[in-house]
Write a protein that binds this ligand. Structure first.
Ligand code: NDP
Ligand code: 2IT
Length: 445
């Protein structure tokens, strides 16, 4: 049995029921065959066994009181997956679907993503099955305070630096930061995505979406092409989706569709992003509201159709895992979609990815394509350590350079192993190499 197959059987036996984690780990391990099956150093060092086992996984009770005075209990998680190249770094997700499998898959992906950025950050992820939807600001605050009352003892600016993800934005980071500061009596860069007046970095809010467009733009340039005139379909209407759409439009593309968990809108003449921001970021409403405001837009309920039914040149899945399935991929390829860029983490299933690649679409995996967010979190950490603030333009230029660097690393790695244009393999190998070298250098830990 090959080394990779041995590891796959270890996780399939040892992590029963953790389907998302097994899916993410297998995708990476399959890409690594060409490198680890060639050199026995990895197996001798037990490197893959160590890589798929988190350094630490914390699960804790989060009790809080709702507005009616009733006690509620949620489950909190922080998986500190790998600190070979820096302090654990990765977001917190608040969504009812959150469980250990989802947090482990996200933490595992984060190891390679953070490595690709070129910045010294290890991989971690956390969150809770708490659902912020329909909760008052006060309820969200009490939940965040309780969550941090346990989490604070496990994190620190040189240990583990959480940030946002689904359901965790500026409001939640603010409440958690306040509680951390109160408990520890210290003002440090322990979280990223902070408010601009209290240690946050300009451009962090925009960074994931902008970075997604920058890396695709870098690729388009190699083809003498650009975003101008391209028709784009985006899924999701949260932080990543909104700022990806914004940058794509700035570069001359037409974004015709966006979605949320209830359905999607199609606006032939181009989405009005101000309306989306009002609905989703300010009023926290459902996307169906959009079609009430713009009556030339069409809203389709999730039970009646898929956002991927709309023909496009570029598809940007920016909502959640496993939202672009084989049937969707067939439809996209059939209607002429030539580029798929993952703004979300693992939104495309493996069979869908392979179908798209086999039809000649350029496929940008999340660990490269959405790395702009965590990269800018890394830049926020730099500014916090130096106790200064860079201008929007300074951060944006650094972000662009980081995304261009990621594109080169994954493109070069794919070529080096005879897989030109396969950015999944390229990103996995490029991300792995640096972490593996650090783990080998540091001995059996
Ligand atoms: P937000 O909470 O801001 O937005 C999430 C969006 O996705 C919403 O439109 C939401 O719809 C939709 N969505 C969430 N869950 C589901 C679901 N189960 N089914 C259908 N739609 C869903 O999150 P972000 O924009 O921050 O995150 C989106 C993705 O990008 C995630 O995969 C995240 O891990 C990834 N990511 C985020 C980064 C960041 O910096 N924020 C960085 C890198 C990756 P609704 O409003 O109906 O819930
Ligand atoms: O998935 C991700 O990379 C994020 N949610 C951002 C993590 C971070 O630390 O900024």
């Amino acid at each position: 049995m090959s080394y990779v197959d041995k590891i796959i059987s270890i996780i399939e036996k040892g992590d029963v029921g953790q389907s998302e984690f097994i899916q993410a780990a297998k995708e990476v391990l399959e890409s690594l065959r060409i490198i680890v099956d060639k050199d026995s150093v990895y197996e001798k060092a037990g490197l893959l066994e160590r890589l798929v086992e988190p350094e630490r996984a914390l699960i804790f009770r989060v009790p809080w009181t709702d507005d009616s005075g009733k006690v509620q209990v949620n489950r909190g998680f922080r998986v500190q997956f790998n600190s070979a190249i820096g302090p654990y770094k990765g977001g917190l997700r608040f969504h009812p679907s959150v469980n250990l499998s989802i947090i482990k898959f996200l933490g595992f992906e984060q190891i390679f993503k953070n490595s690709l950025t070129g910045l010294p950050m290890g991989g971690g992820k956390g969150g809770s099955d708490f659902d912020p939807k329909g909760k008052s600001d006060n309820e969200v605050m009490r939940f965040c305070q309780s969550f941090m009352t346990e989490l604070y003892r496990h994190i620190g600016p040189d240990t583990d630096v959480p940030a946002g993800d689904i359901g965790v934005g500026g409001r939640e980071i603010g409440f958690m930061y306040g509680q951390y500061k109160r408990i520890t009596n210290s003002f440090t860069g322990v979280l990223t995505g902070k408010g601009l007046g209290w240690g946050g970095s300009l451009a962090r809010t925009e960074a994931t979406g902008y970075g997604l467009i920058y890396i695709i733009d870098e690729y388009l340039r190699t083809k003498g092409d650009g975003f101008k005139g391209k028709k784009i379909v985006v899924s999701g209407s949260g932080n990543v989706a909104i700022f990806a759409a914004q940058k794509a439009m700035e570069l001359g593309a037409a974004v015709v569709s966006m979605s949320d968990s209830n359905g999607f809108i199609y606006h032939k003449n181009g989405i009005n992003l101000d309306t989306i921001k009002d609905i989703k970021l300010i009023n926290r409403e459902r996307l169906s509201k959009y079609a009430e405001i713009h009556n030339d837009a069409v809203y389709t309920d999730v039970n009646k159709g898929r956002v991927w039914d709309i023909p496009c040149d570029i598809a940007l899945p920016c909502a959640t895992q496993n939202e672009l399935l084989l049937e969707d991929a067939k439809k996209l390829a059939g209607s002429g979609c030539k580029i798929v860029g993952e703004g979300a983490n693992m939104p495309t299933t493996l069979d869908a990815t392979e179908l798209l690649q086999s039809k000649g679409a350029a496929f940008f995996p999340g660990k490269a394509a959405n790395a702009g967010g965590v990269a800018t979190s890394g830049l926020e950490m730099c500014q916090n350590s130096a106790r200064l603030s860079w201008s929007f333009e300074e951060v944006d230029v650094k972000l662009k350079n980081i995304m261009a660097g990621i594109f080169r690393s994954m493109d070069d790695a794919a070529r080096e192993f005879g897989k030109e244009g396969n950015f999944v393999i390229g990103a996995n190998i490029a991300g792995f190499k640096k972490v593996a070298k650090a783990m080998l250098d540091q001995g059996v830990i």
